[in-house]
Ligand binder design. Structure first.
Ligand SMILES: *Cc1c(COP(=O)(O)O)cnc(C)c1O
Length: 380
């Protein structure tokens, strides 16, 4: 018998594949290619494979190491073509060489970086594809001034022989919380067309943003010329994605919310008071907390904590009736008094409780190879 180690991050490959396939169908119905953004689950091999089989046309990450890993894995798209890779954080000066080696495309917003990429590509006898970012007000990356955007594009087109200007892109809803709507998408296309008239040819790619840009797609107001979205959160998170829960993109309710789950083991099970006994100060993180006296209740301590998943808001127990009472770096305490009696009365130390995850918890768990002992893969 296989002895599993806990806590564990468990990927259900079939569910991730089905989420990807549905996302690709929705996007392709509007002529949009999906770049699958795999940074949120640390580019776990089987996760990348599931997205590739689900039909994404590019693999994208903010970390060039992920792209290196994907290239070395030899991933193919469903047409059997080598999966193109896209670096979605502007290349650092210290990773210019790696960007040329492992990214087929990169998003860019600095002339000095473009110049460095061109030199490195020239030395390696390669042509590297770039997508220039236009900042439409979210105030993260990109040229906010369109004259400067056009000038940068003209510079790439005329002066940088080892770069190919593949397109224009934008990012919204990440830092400035600006909602991608019809106006913003039309502004993106307008900026792309300014570039096109300056360089005298059409661009292949207009990249309309991330998961949040699914809103104009589902609202039916996405301009025809937007032909790529870079989708991270919505594919692994599905109905647990913030775009579904907070932003109300209802279509995502059709996707699995449990492609990735956390499994944790019970190490103590007993009845205790709900109000601490003694003088109340602060918790392990220096926080003052409010406690409500609900009398004595049955609880379970799980051997997993904030060091593993980050924040209790981001984990959702799959055990009916269970709520999270508290957590420290390595412990999570579940109130299980209201779990249906036929389940509750059979629980014992050593049993496993599963949690659905929101993005932050998946991110922490996937990147945390110290405390998450194993990634179990449920195969397709
Ligand atoms: C992270 C990221 C994405 C994917 O964002 P999601 O909200 O997870 O879909 C897309 N583009 C860029 C530039 C990013 O940094």
């Amino acid at each position: 018998m296989e002895t599993r180690k806990y806590p564990a991050l468990i990927l259900n490959k079939q569910k991730l594949y089905e989420n990807t396939k549905q996302m690709v169908e929705w996007c392709e119905a509007s002529g949009i290619q999906v770049a699958g953004v795999v940074k949120g689950f640390d580019a776990i091999k089987e996760g990348c494979e599931a997205e590739a089989r689900g039909g994404v046309k590019m693999m994208a990450s903010s970390r060039v190491e992920h792209l290196e890993y994907i290239k070395k894995m030899g991933l193919h798209d469903i047409d059997g073509v080598d999966m193109p890779t896209l670096l979605i954080r502007m290349p650092m000066m210290c990773e210019i060489e790696d960007t040329i080696d492992f990214a087929d495309y990169s998003l860019n917003s600095e002339i000095v970086t473009l110049d460095a990429l061109n030199l490195a590509a020239e030395r390696k006898g390669k042509v590297h594809n770039v997508i220039l970012m236009t900042d439409l007000g979210d105030l993260r990356e990109g040229w906010i001034n369109t004259d400067e955007l056009v000038a940068a594009a003209v510079h790439v087109e005329h002066d940088l022989g080892n770069l190919h200007l593949a397109g224009i892109g934008t990012n919204l809803g990440c830092v400035g919380s600006v909602i991608p709507n019809k106006d913003k998408m039309e502004e993106l296309v307008h900026n792309a067309e300014l570039v096109e008239s300056a360089i005298g040819r059409k661009l292949e790619i207009i990249s309309g943003g991330a998961t949040s840009s699914l809103a104009p797609l589902f609202d039916g107001v996405m301009p025809d010329r937007v032909n790529m979205l870079r989708i991270g959160e919505a594919i692994p998170q599905g109905c647990n994605a913030s775009a579904c829960i907070e932003t109300g993109i209802k279509e995502l309710e059709q996707l699995h919310g449990d492609a990735f789950i956390l499994a944790a083991q019970i190490v103590e099970l007993n009845v205790k008071p709900t109000y601490p006994i003694g003088e109340i100060g602060t918790d392990a993180f220096g926080r003052k907390k409010e406690y409500i006296d609900r009398g004595n209740r049955l609880r379970a301590i799980l051997a997993v904590g904030l060091a593993d998943y980050g924040d209790t808001c981001d984990i959702i127990p799959q055990l009916e009736g269970a709520t999270i009472w508290g957590a420290s770096s390595d412990h999570t305490i579940l109130d299980i008094e209201d779990v249906p009696a036929q389940i509750r009365d059979n629980l014992k130390v050593g049993d496993i409780v599963n949690f659905e995850l929101r993005y932050g918890a998946m991110l922490h768990l996937a990147h945390n190879d110290k405390t998450v002992h194993q990634v179990h893969i449920e195969r397709i």
